[in-house]
Write a protein that binds this ligand. Structure first.
Ligand code: ADP
Ligand code: MG
Length: 351
């Protein structure tokens, strides 16, 4: 972690654009039947036969979405793919192709981009998606990445944000808050490192949170599980900006309200410990933290028996009528009107 300055470096300008693209992408091969033609022509060719096509795209800017002083480039490549795949799973879809466009300043060497592509390759392998193209440019400042993911779903299985109905149950996968507490630890260690570059912090007690921040996974397993359990959610979203913000998205799209129960929110014990250390309220971390990439969805009451007691799924609330709004029922039984307060990329700069 933290920048490693003594590895061999090859100037990007010594290769030229075409040699660079070739160098970075020559080890990628196509695995999916739907990928007819990949990198190397003016456009890729895909064939989804009778399935519907899902497309989602994300832009990642150095200094806004990631900080390379504690995010190794291999992890960045991995995470950049994961956050896009997560969007397709959130539609109950199956991702099958990605494109990667990047702009890098002359601060980045060939070896640095090799690391980035090693992370991209690992994510593509783990999730069985093909890299089918992209674009490459220089940049006057820092690194920018734009990823597009393509995939499919049967028409009748696509799950939107808009299908939640009154009395449906609100379910979340995995646990929440750890990506945020991981970020708190990394920010603290970065500050310590800037003062004392020789410090050797023991980060073992925080390993789960740090992994959740640096190497998130997309919940492909949950989509497969729901299929197995024969549960089709009525609405779904992935948690990128924070639970409260995603609840508001479901509420708005479905024209409903929610009751959320504070003492049901799933949290790893490590999150509680870090929150105590930083004197943050752990419910606040869970509601507003973000970047957990868990799935948040509603199911009809009749499906409750199929998911109850499953260790990866937690019912955290239910759908109420729109005028009731989104209410957090605290551990003490108080009702607090929730406010949308997720991560917002416009509030951190130009202030
Ligand atoms: P064009 O001039 O048509 O934009 P390029 O020379 O930029 O084509 O790209 C050549 C091929 O390499 C295309 O198939 C393109 O999709 C692919 N490609 C370019 N940059 C990247 C990248 N960063 N990652 C993956 N594939 C890329
Ligand atoms: Mg191009």
């Amino acid at each position: 972690m933290f920048e490693n300055k003594n590895q061999s470096k090859t100037d990007l300008s010594s290769l030229g654009e075409f040699a660079l693209i070739d160098h970075l992408t020559s080890t990628f091969s196509l695995k999916n039947k739907s990928s007819l033609l990949g990198i190397g022509d003016d456009a890729a060719v895909l064939d989804y036969s009778n399935q519907q096509t899902l497309v989602s795209t994300d832009l990642l800017i150095e200094g806004i979405h990631f900080d390379l002083s504690y995010m190794p480039l291999k992890h960045l490549g991995y995470k950049a793919i994961i956050v896009n795949l997560s969007d397709l799973y959130a539609m109950n879809g199956t991702p099958s192709q990605v494109t990667v466009s990047l702009a890098a300043s002359n601060r980045f060497s060939l070896e640095a981009l090799e690391e980035l592509y090693a992370g991209i390759a690992l994510a593509c392998k783990n999730y069985n998606v093909d890299l089918i193209g992209g674009d490459t440019s220089s940049s006057t400042s820092g690194l920018m990445l734009s990823i597009t993911v393509l995939g499919t779903s049967d028409k009748e299985h696509i799950v939107k944000r808009s299908g939640a109905k009154e009395n449906d149950l609100l379910v979340v996968s995995g646990d929440l808050g750890a990506a945020y507490t991981g970020l708190q630890i990394l920010e603290r260690e970065k500050a310590v490192f800037l003062v004392n570059p020789n410090s050797q912090p023991d980060l073992t007690p925080y390993s789960y949170s740090i992994e959740r921040q640096l190497k998130p996974e997309a919940r492909k397993d949950i989509i497969e599980l729901l299929k197995e359990l024969k549960v089709v959610p009525t609405s779904m979203i992935d948690i990128s900006d924070g639970l409260s913000s995603e609840i508001f998205h479901l509420a708005k799209a479905s024209e409903v309200g929610f009751h959320i129960f504070e003492n049901k929110l799933p949290m790893d014990p490590e999150v509680n410990l870090i929150c105590e250390e930083f004197k943050i309220n752990s419910t606040t971390a869970v509601l507003n933290g973000g970047e957990d990439y868990e799935l948040l969805f509603t199911i009809a009451q009749k499906d409750f028996d199929k998911i109850k007691n499953h260790p990866l799924l937690t019912v955290i609330g239910h759908v109420v009528e729109k005028n009731a709004g989104c209410q957090l029922i605290t551990g003490l039984g108080q009702q607090i009107e929730m406010r949308a307060q997720g991560w917002n990329s416009f509030k951190n700069n130009e202030g």
